[in-house]
Design a protein around this ligand. Structure first.
Ligand code: FMN
Length: 440
């Protein structure tokens, strides 16, 4: 499309909107894709740290320690998870991802002393074998669920929703349902699958409490039980998940990635990570359980700055999905000619549902999947996690903290009024928190 002087693009009907209307008119099918929300949303970028100078004292990078360890599941579980870094790998299904990608995630997480997570579709032997700490997802679909795998896991995550689609269920298109996937999920091969949006055997917090107790019995009260929610009414959802007996709450914001969902869902349902995090922390504080029931936040985490901001706002750890896939090699420029053949480009590829990923990550095609070397992928992911951890430490030291979990809201300012209101930290250069204080 050539935009020449005098031609005005409509803000309401911009080229993407026009393209989507034309596509819908042509096909009669809504748009499905992977990745997370693509439009600009209030985010951690709208916050900055107040580094120490006179009124605060920074720590010396080479001489003074800044610890990064975190323990998850200290409320009821006999065996909480001790992580070396407060960054975990989010649940991504074997189905959405190749077996090689799952193995690489396990290898990378293990090298950095953190956990990885299964996903819709169950646990593979490759990922269990290469993950020292593996969180097992218990999803509405129950695909691939069995009590032996529950016992083989190090923690259990009951998934109520995802940030990319709160209130919606999973999708795996037929072209990704290989023989192995079909067998694990007890589904017919090659037929589109839509998984349930809610658990079949309980409807509210009282039933969930019974379910949690059942899972504790099966696993002899050893494993921490997480509850994962997509960000929407996060204050109440956190309260109810805690009341139901969760050890750890996982909140996934609107920027959170997905393997495949309707575009309209990804862009228009749920609330951004920033306000969801603040609401979850408020709920935990209200219950007197902040830092006792741990909080993991996800949805658009990319850098150590994001990690540090999430911790400062009150999270105990973060979880990453999309960034971990990019670290493995998703959207790598070396596959540009192949991305072009698919009608896209490196950095824009989000057709995870198609199973044609040239990088061998979001595919079940054996030839494509072979392109990802799990050892090399694991090494790259470990490098990336190391950088995130070091960046987080750098910021924590600059704020005078000897542990990254000592970062606090008082270390933050907001650059926009929206972010100040959502995160409840002062607008930079003022003491004004919209809705909280008048301030100067
Ligand atoms: C390819 C892919 C597959 C996913 N599969 C699952 C899943 O099976 N279960 C689940 O709870 N979340 C799933 N998610 C969401 C992640 O667990 C996580 O909430 C999200 O990716 C975090 O946001 P981020 O991608 O911006 O880091 C998936 C995400 C991606 C990118």
């Amino acid at each position: 499309m050539n935009l020449r002087p005098g031609m005005r693009e409509s803000a309401t009907f911009d080229r993407n909107v026009i393209h989507e209307i034309q596509r819908a008119a042509e096909t009669g099918i809504y748009s499905i894709r992977g990745w997370g929300a693509k439009r600009a949303l209030p985010h951690f970028d709208d916050l900055v740290f107040l580094g120490a100078s006179m009124s605060r004292y920074p720590l010396e990078g080479y001489r003074e320690k800044c610890a990064t360890d975190v323990t998850l599941g200290t409320r009821f579980a006999k065996k909480p998870l001790l992580l070396q870094i407060p960054i975990t790998i989010a649940g991504m299904s074997f189905g959405a991802l190749s077996a090689q990608a799952k193995e690489a995630l396990g290898r990378g997480a293990t090298a950095m002393g953190t956990s990885t997570t299964t996903g819709d579709g169950g646990m593979t032997s490759e990922e269990r074998g290469h993950s020292r700490l593996l969180v097992y997802q218990y999803l509405p679909s129950r695909y691939g669920m069995n009590p032996d795998d529950l016992r083989a896991a190090d923690a259990i995550e009951i998934v109520l929703g995802q940030g990319a689609k709160p209130g919606g269920g999973g999708m795996l298109l037929g072209r990704k349902i290989s023989e192995r996937i079909a067998q694990m999920r007890t589904l017919p091969q090659g037929i589109d699958q839509r998984s349930a949006c809610r658990h079949p055997d309980w409807t509210g917090p009282d039933d969930l409490a019974i379910k949690i107790e059942e899972l504790r019995e099966i696993t002899d009260w050893q494993k921490p039980i997480y509850v994962k929610v997509g960000a929407s009414r996060t204050y109440y959802d956190t309260m109810l998940a805690v009341k139901s007996g969760a050890d750890v709450i996982v909140v996934d914001g609107m920027q959170g990635g997905t393997g495949a969902t309707q575009d309209v869902f990804i862009e228009h349902v749920g609330i951004p990570t920033l306000p969801a995090l603040r609401q979850a922390v408020e709920a935990l504080k209200e219950l007197g359980l902040h830092r006792k029931v741990q909080l993991i936040i996800s949805g658009g985490i990319r850098s150590g700055a994001d990690v540090a901001k999430a911790l400062a706002m009150g999270a105990d750890a973060v979880s990453i999905g999309t960034a971990a896939l990019i670290a493995l090699g998703d959207n790598a420029p070396k596959y540009e000619p192949e991305y072009e053949k698919l009608g896209t480009s490196a950095g824009f590829y989000d057709d995870y549902q198609d199973g044609a990923d040239p990088a061998g990550i979001t595919t079940q095609d054996p030839d494509l999947a072979k392109r990802l070397d799990p050892v090399e992928g694991g090494r790259k992911l470990a490098n990336y996690l190391r950088v995130l951890a070091m960046e987080t430490q750098t910021i924590a030291r600059a704020c005078g903290k000897s542990h990254v979990l000592n970062l606090e809201p008082e270390d933050l300012n907001a650059l926009t009024i929206e972010a100040a209101a959502m995160a409840k930290v002062p607008l930079a250069g003022t003491s004004w928190i919209p809705g909280v204080s008048a301030g100067l």
